[in-house]
Write a protein of this length. Structure first.
Length: 156
């Protein structure tokens, strides 16, 4: 690493933290929500009940990791040398808001729905699966846009 790169790394740790955790968070959500969630049901021998049971555990763990990502991202933002551009702030805040709604409202509902289906009963409540998936897409896009703009803001 040359001296200029070392200086940039030391001068802007908040930027590196924010960029790294944004892409890490996007990767987590993309791998779990957009791949694991539906692929497990296609594996031989995985029944609906087993898949839902696995899903409950995986999404609970993902949710906890996402809160850790959000906290680390907040630290990175606080350490930024410049004020955050409005669009970045909106995108980061949108990601945090989505995570909050998922944690408080949608995940508990999805867990209840999974428990009913695991027991072999029909779920009669309102499903939040589609809004949850749409929110995941929006969250990943918001993180991507914000990380991209943050990088352009500091490297152009």
């Amino acid at each position: 690493m040359d001296m200029a790169s070392q200086g940039l790394l030391h001068a802007m740790p908040g930027l590196w933290i924010a960029l790294a955790i944004s892409f890490f968070w996007m990767g987590l959500v993309s791998a779990i929500s957009f791949m694991e969630a539906w692929l497990k049901f296609r594996a031989p021998g995985v029944t609906r009940a087993i898949g839902l049971s696995i899903g409950k555990r995986v999404f609970t763990a993902l949710n906890k990791l996402e809160w850790i990502c959000l906290l680390i991202l907040a630290v990175g933002i606080i350490l930024l040398p410049d004020k955050l551009a409005l669009i970045n702030a909106i995108c980061f805040a949108l990601s945090a808001l989505i995570l909050l709604v998922q944690t408080i409202f949608w995940l508990p509902t999805l867990k209840k729905q999974a428990d009913v289906l695991i027991e072999g009963k029909a779920y009669t409540g309102k499903s939040v699966h589609v809004p949850y998936v749409i929110a995941e897409i929006i969250k990943v896009l918001a993180l991507f846009v914000s990380a991209l703009l943050l990088g352009f803001q500091h490297f152009s």
